[in-house]
Design a protein around this ligand. Structure first.
Ligand SMILES: [Zn+2]
Length: 351
C-alpha cells in the first residue's frame, strides 16, 4: 500500500532570479495548482515546508557557504571576494530576494522526505522544488544553490546502510551529486543525459569513483531511445543492485520543447520512463530538476504526481481550472510568443 506525500511551499509563488534568467519562470506552484484543480491532491497528502535552518543546512553544506547565502539574502549583495569564492552573484547564480530561504525550503523538503522514507512513514514522496543536482558543498553551480538530492542521499545514509539507487533523467549530467557521493557506500548513481552539453561531464566511461553509471545520449534522442535504454540497461542494473530506496531526479528539460537541451522526448515518453522506475515498487523520492518551458514543466511534474498516486497521465485530460492555471503563465522567451494551443489546452503533447 502506497503512502504518498507532496511537499510544497508558498515561497515558490514568489518571482525569482530576475529577468533574462532561464529560471525566471513559475515552476512549482503551477504543479500544486494543477494537481489540486484536477482533484489529485488532498490536504492529507500535501505538506507545506519551511526553510531548513542554517544549522541543519550546515550539516551538509560548508557552514561558510551557508553563511554567505544568509548574508546575500540579508544585504542583497556580497563582497567581491565571497562572490568569487562561492560563485554567488555571477550570471547563472544571481542574488535574489529569497536566495537563502527558497533553496533552503527545497532542501528541507528533501530532508523531510529522506526521514520519512527511512522511518517507513511514507513510501512515495514528491518534491518538485528539488532536484538541484549541480550544487556543490561550498559553491553555487548551474542555477543550484543547494544540492538537495545529494543531501537526501546523505540523510538516508545517516539512518540506514541499506542500498540506495539515484536515477537522474535530467537533460544535464548530475555532476554535483556524483562528485559529492564518490565515496558513499551502497549507492548506485545512474544518469541519462545529453552528450556534450554543459557541464560536459558524465561520459560513458565516467564511473564517478565507482558508484556511477552514465548514459550520454546523442542530440535528438527520442522517447524510444530513452525507453529502450530504461528497459534493456537501466532496469536490469537497478534490479541487480536491489536497492531499498530509489531517488529519481526527473528534470523535464529533455522535452522536445525545452530550450536548454536538444533532446527530443515527449511528455508521454518522459512519464513512461519514470513509470518504469516506479514499477519496481521500491520506496521512492521523486524530485524535479531542470525544466525551462513553464507550460511543459508544469504538466510534466503534475503528471509525476499522477503517476505516484496510481494514475496514467497519458490518459488524463485537463479540467477548465487547470487550463486556466496554464493560460495564466508567462514566458519571456521567443518560443513562448507563438505558443501552440496544446501547451495550455491539453495535458499531453499533440505530436
Ligand atoms: Zn538540466
Amino acid at each position: 500500500m502506497r503512502k504518498s506525500v507532496f511537499f510544497g511551499s508558498d515561497i515558490f509563488r514568489q518571482s525569482v532570479y530576475g529577468s533574462g534568467h532561464p529560471l525566471n519562470i513559475a515552476r512549482v506552484w503551477p504543479v500544486i495548482d494543477i494537481c489540486r484543480a484536477q482533484g489529485w491532491l488532498d490536504d492529507d497528502s500535501y505538506q507545506e515546508v519551511s526553510p531548513a535552518s542554517p544549522a541543519l543546512l550546515s550539516q551538509y553544506h560548508d557552514p561558510d557557504y551557508v553563511e554567505a547565502l544568509l548574508t546575500a539574502e540579508r544585504d542583497q549583495s556580497l563582497p567581491d571576494e565571497m562572490r568569487t569564492r562561492f560563485n554567488i552573484g555571477q550570471s547563472s547564480n544571481p542574488i535574489f530576494a529569497e536566495i537563502y530561504k527558497r533553496p533552503a525550503t527545497a532542501a528541507h523538503a528533501s530532508i523531510l522526505a529522506a526521514d520519512m522514507l527511512a522511518s517507513g512513514q511514507a513510501t512515495h514522496l514528491f518534491n518538485p522544488s528539488g532536484g538541484t543536482h549541480h550544487g556543490r558543498r561550498a559553491m553555487a553551480y548551474g542555477f543550484c544553490f543547494v544540492n538537495d538530492p545529494a543531501i537526501a542521499i546523505a540523510r538516508l545514509r545517516e539512518q540506514t546502510s541499506k542500498r540506495i539507487t539515484y536515477l537522474d533523467i535530467d537533460a544535464h549530467h548530475c555532476d554535483g551529486v556524483q562528485d559529492w557521493h564518490q565515496e558513499t557506500p551502497n549507492l548506485q548513481l545512474i544518469s541519462i543525459h545529453q552528450q556534450d552539453i554543459w557541464p560536459r561531464t558524465g561520459n560513458a566511461d565516467d564511473t564517478g569513483g565507482g558508484n556511477a553509471i552514465n548514459y550520454p545520449l546523442a542530440k535528438q534522442a527520442t522517447d524510444s531511445d530513452l525507453l529502450s535504454l530504461m528497459k534493456t540497461e537501466i532496469l536490469p542494473k537497478i534490479k541487480a543492485f536491489a536497492p531499498s530506496y530509489l531517488i529519481i531526479q526527473a528534470g523535464a528539460d529533455g522535452h522536445m520543447h525545452d530550450p536548454q537541451s536538444k533532446l527530443n522526448y515527449s511528455l508521454d515518453g518522459y512519464w513512461q520512463a519514470v513509470q518504469l522506475a516506479l514499477s519496481l515498487d521500491i520506496p521512492s523520492l521523486v524530485l524535479g530538476g531542470g525544466g525551462y518551458n513553464p507550460y511543459i514543466t508544469a504538466k510534466a511534474w503534475a503528471g509525476l504526481w499522477a503517476l505516484i498516486i496510481g494514475k496514467d497521465p497519458s490518459h488524463e485530460t485537463l479540467c477548465e481550472e487547470a487550463k486556466s492555471v496554464l493560460r495564466g503563465l508567462t514566458w519571456h522567451h521567443r518560443l513562448g510568443r507563438d505558443k501552440p494551443a496544446h501547451w495550455t489546452e491539453e495535458f499531453g503533447d499533440r505530436l
